[in-house]
Design a binder for this molecule. Structure first.
Ligand SMILES: *Cc1c(COP(=O)(O)O)cnc(C)c1O
Length: 376
């Protein structure tokens, strides 16, 4: 059988630390093969301790489930409007549709590639004039780069609209020494197979409000009322993380700092070797911003150039990927209101994500830059 780690170079592949199997074995040894148990509790504890003293974490089956529950906790329902960063992966926006609500898309600014504060305020004013106050703002730290935390928080406070902080790609990133995931009213992580750490599939919801965490767990476990029989007053979900997978998560948390270091070293390598060319641009960290560099992204000079590089890499069995296609350009979201300035459209046209796994070898990186150099 061909292993998925053979000669092919992946964009971002799982990277085990070594202790994961010990915790998984514990789950088997103690028969906690269930969506609850010591690994779930200890995984939550490890994440909370990593982020901040006063945060509460609920381990869930995916990042998408966490966004869905976050919107539910903020009482988003049918007919409501929810503002969402347009430049993101579709999982940020899909839960808006699960709830029968309407997404309002907002474009990015150039410093971090995330939600533009100016356009966000314009969108809110527009919706208020239309007679409807948006119920929530989904802001994303895309590719690990923190969004404009102070500016977006200020707008959220001014209009009293809560932020769902999509940190799916930003575990290990920070802004002014504070970890991404705990800036918004509710934060979200993903542990999907290609993220900075993985449980194969999984996610977490983060909040500073203990009641919200309790409510998230209640909803994630079928919303069962307190009674000896099965009684239900609310729609529930089956969204809790398996205790087996949480064992992988415990092991992964032990190496998170190493993973961030390795991904940042990938970025530094690419920047050192390609940054001198005026044909390639990099997203640099503004003052106070610290990115986990989940993926190293570059901007080429044109759509044609981007494709030329991507195909040249593919020919050598090296996976790269265009930047996310903005939601306001997706067939699924056609017709929803959007506030755009052309930024994300331009990024999508010219941008390419380079192989960024923490398990890349120096010889892999050398191979990659040699191929890119022949094309720029
Ligand atoms: C991966 C990702 C998600 C979804 O997380 P899953 O665990 O795959 O459901 C949400 N938002 C962004 C920005 C992501 O990259």
């Amino acid at each position: 059988m061909k292993s998925i780690t053979s000669s092919k170079i992946w964009l971002s592949s799982p990277h085990m630390g070594g202790t994961e199997e010990k915790y998984v074995q514990e789950a088997f040894d103690t028969n906690w093969v269930a969506p609850l148990g010591p690994n779930v509790n200890n995984f939550e504890k490890a994440i909370a301790e990593y982020i901040d003293d006063d945060v509460y974490v609920a381990a869930l089956s995916s990042g998408t489930a966490a966004i869905h529950l976050a919107l539910e906790l903020l009482e988003v329902s049918k007919g409501d409007e929810v503002i969402c960063q347009s430049f993101t992966f579709s999982a940020s926006a899909n839960p808006i549709l699960y709830l029968g609500a309407t997404p309002i898309f907002v474009d990015s600014e150039k410093d971090t590639w995330n939600m533009s504060p100016e356009l966000l305020e314009e969108a809110i004013e527009n919706r208020l004039k239309n007679g409807k106050k948006p119920k929530a703002i989904i802001a994303v730290h895309l590719y690990g780069m923190p969004y404009k935390v102070n500016e977006l928080s200020e707008i959220s406070n001014k209009y009293n609209i809560p932020i769902v902080e999509d940190s799916a790609e930003a575990l290990g990133s920070s802004f002014r020494e504070n970890k991404c995931g705990a800036f918004g009213d509710i934060g979200v992580y993903s542990f999907n197979g290609n993220k900075i750490i993985t449980t194969s599939g999984g996610g977490a919801l983060v909040t500073r409000n203990e009641e919200l965490k309790k409510r998230a767990v209640f909803l994630a476990t079928q919303a069962r009322d307190d009674a000896p029989h099965y009684q239900h007053s609310y729609v529930g979900y089956n969204y809790r993380l398996s205790n087996v997978l949480a064992g992988i998560g415990r092991g992964q948390m032990e190496v998170l700092n190493d993973r961030v270091k390795a991904r940042r070293a990938n970025y530094d390598f690419y920047f050192k070797n390609l940054g001198g060319s005026n044909k390639i641009e990099f997203l640099q960290e503004p003052d106070g911003y610290y990115s986990n560099r989940w993926l190293t992204c570059v901007l080429t000079s044109s759509f044609e150039k981007r494709e030329e590089i991507r195909l040249a890499l593919l020919e050598q069995d090296i996976e790269s990927r265009p930047l996310w296609k903005p939601m306001h350009l997706q067939p699924l979201f056609e017709g929803y209101p959007n506030f755009s300035n052309g930024t994300s459209e331009n990024l999508f046209e010219r941008g390419l994500c380079l192989p960024s796994g923490s398990n890349l070898r120096t010889e892999d990186l050398v191979r990659i830059i040699e191929i890119i150099r022949t094309k720029i």
